[in-house]
Design a protein around this ligand. Sequence first.
Ligand code: ZN
Length: 436
Amino acid sequence: MLEIIPVGGYGEVGRNCTAVKHGDEIILLDMGYHVPRYIECTEEEGETLRKVTVKALREAEAIPDDRILGDLRYDVKAIILSHAHLDHIGAVPYLANRYRCPIIATPYCCAVLERILRDEKIKLHNQIVRLNVNNAIRFGGMKIEFINTVHSTPQAAMIAVHTADGIVLYTNDFKFDNFPTLGKRTNYDALRRLKGKIKVLIGDALYAGTEQKTPSESVVREMLKDLEFDVAEKKGVVATTFSSHIARLKALMKFGFDLGRKVVFFGRSLFRYCVAAQELGLVDFREVKIVRYADKIKKEIKRIGKKKEKYFLVVTGNQGEPKSVLRRMAEDRLKYDFSDEDCIIFSCKTIPTELNKKQRKELENELKLKGIQYFKDVHVSGHGAREDLRELLMMTMPELVLPSHANKENSKALAELCDEVGIKSRIVQNGEWMKI
Ligand SMILES: [Zn+2]
């Protein structure tokens, strides 16, 4: 018998964690934190994280409440991570020590995790095992297969858990991008091979309510090419994006070089993700200067502020976070001296939480006061939308779909799509133990 235990990330966006139990073997899929709630519990980027307790994080619902597993936690055979985003791996430093098992992830995800552990001086006793996409590993009666998919960070995997009683397919997070700018397109053949054998599909419902196919990342490359003309005569050109979005950072690096400028990245999280990509040879960032520490950032920005026209900067702060580099530059806490001759490219979208919306508004108001031109939404999502989900369902025809990684509205939208396709679905809550 198969059992699914939704531990975190159901009916909400963040702290993803799902347990799959077959016989007396259990595995955990992802161990993330809820980004906004986590930030509220800790100090923001650029500072050392406050030593926050597991208890406090649990109470704030910032990490998955894995106490539901009780003593069964001793039977967990592996913690399996789908990709390097913090809503999928962020709780590992806090919770993994509770389990006597290895952590399995793709090399890029492992490299990011190890860097976080090193930076935060956290020691885990779990062995960290690298598994490449389109490869599989066995644990007793279970086989874990990593199916390559496209997402907004490298080496993302859909996870197929093969058991004697059928397959569980975990699709958080995926995109069907047929022209990816880094890595290969989703392994459609591997998905088609699973058709008719899937008991449960755990579906990335984040954009199930958006009636479109998510455009390819190559579209952003064209959007940037188009912008070159608009910004060529500007003095200061600054961009911001998600630090883990290596494909985007690669495009931004090219954009800066095409403008004939030196490219400098500022921020601790940018450093973390870019160095991991560099080490694995995914992107060559050697021509980019990456400045990590607060005191160095301060000095460099002051120096660059005197000859802005020679530089293209990529900085943290795409959500307007108060302690981010961009926000500090905009509020003259760093001596860049923004003026109406400069411009900013937001290669991102505002993640729609109340806090983000407020912080972005504050930042944009500041930019408007200074007359700085800014280009918003130079971006496409890393998540599939309704038509991608339809394709996924048609390709795999699971017996049952559990919407995940979404609020109530989008979970419902995926359930409705399942009705259209003729597949059963069930909207579950965290802690709703299911026997299949
Ligand atoms: Zn993700």
